[in-house]
Design a protein around this ligand. Structure first.
Ligand code: AKG
Ligand code: FE2
Length: 319
């Protein structure tokens, strides 16, 4: 729009012929007629239409971008991130909770690493999720399995798989599965502690800790609506540090389903990759959402930590 206006007003000034031809016109009506005449020139009309098209395309692109919430990629699926950390100012969310010095975030931010959990480990963990979730699954697009509480999505509800399946659950899961969960939790805890400069022992595993399986089936209940923007500290209360371990690959196993940190004009996405850990402080400095999954199946596990020992839970144990 701006270049078009500049052309229309500037051209008559420098165009002597046009001025001479219009000597009889009053000052008042000169500009519109000159603009009209200029507009009748084919090249200007083409340029104007071109600019209009570019502008429309830009507006469309930015509105689609805003809807999609995508601006920059923090971690691409195809790259191996050896450790990336971006500090962001802490929100005030932590002030309304009891503070634990040396743990409650004073340094806030988000990190990604692909070198802590191997692809092989991710595949083994994913098979735990597959085994557990094969026993149930939501009617809608999002199912969860919480090894700690035993919560498993079934239809439009949850069941406690330990109660529901009783001793039979020992035929599904193995001691090694739980051992693996513990090892992964430990590695994630150390990664978070190091990135935020705190002691790993000040972090307490907190609930809920769960596997998620998302596909493109339409949501049936509010539990299936995983795509809403949220703040983990608000949603889950006890969370101070959130981690996500991805168990499948963006654009290989599923489409859509990118993780988005929402920031005004500068959303950042994390593209899931098997074995990728994404971790961040849980306050509103890290408002986020998950894009809708358009095809395929996306597996992840949410493991979070609290600074408050009262909110700590033990690792899940083999029943
Ligand atoms: O699966 C993800 O990428 C994010 C999940 C999430 O935001 C959550 O569990 O609170
Ligand atoms: Fe979240």
């Amino acid at each position: 729009m701006a270049p078009q206006r500049r052309t229309a007003t500037k051209a008559p000034e420098g165009n002597g012929a046009s001025e001479r031809r219009n000597r009889s016109s009053t000052k008042k009506d000169r500009a519109p007629r000159e603009v009209q005449r200029l507009w009748q020139r084919p090249w200007l009309r083409t340029a104007g239409l071109g600019a209009g098209l570019v502008l429309t395309a830009l507006l469309l692109w930015s509105s689609l971008g805003a809807d999609d919430g995508v601006a920059e990629v923090l971690a691409r699926r195809g790259e191996v991130v050896a450790g990336r950390f971006i500090e962001v100012p802490c929100s005030e969310d932590y002030d309304s909770h009891r503070r634990f010095e040396g743990c409650t975030p004073r340094k806030c931010g988000r990190g990604v690493t692909d070198v802590v959990i191997t692809r092989k480990e991710a595949e083994r963990i994913r098979s735990i999720a597959e085994k557990g979730l094969s026993l149930g699954g939501s009617d809608g697009g999002a199912s969860i399995l919480d090894l700690h509480s035993g919560a498993l999505s079934v239809g439009k509800h949850f069941v406690n798989l330990y109660r529901y399946f009783g001793d039979k659950i020992q035929n599904i899961f193995s001691e090694e599965d739980f051992q693996l969960y513990r090892e992964v939790r430990q590695k994630v805890q150390l990664t978070i502690a190091e990135a935020f400069g705190i002691s790993a022992s000040s972090l307490h595993l907190t609930k809920p800790t769960f596997f998620s399986r998302i596909n493109s089936t339409e949501a049936r209940t509010a539990h299936d609506e995983y795509w809403h923007a949220h703040v983990d500290k608000v949603t889950y209360g006890s969370f101070d540090y959130t981690s996500l371990l991805y168990l499948s690959d963006y654009l290989e196993d599923f489409g859509g389903g990118r993780f988005v940190f929402m920031e005004e004009g500068a959303n950042k996405t994390v593209e899931p990759r098997a074995g990728r850990i994404s971790f961040f402080t849980s306050g509103s400095e890290n408002l986020h959402r998950v894009e809708k999954v358009h095809w395929g199946t996306r597996y992840a596990i949410t493991i979070a930590f609290s600074c408050n020992p009262d909110h700590g839970i033990e690792d899940p144990t083999f029943p």
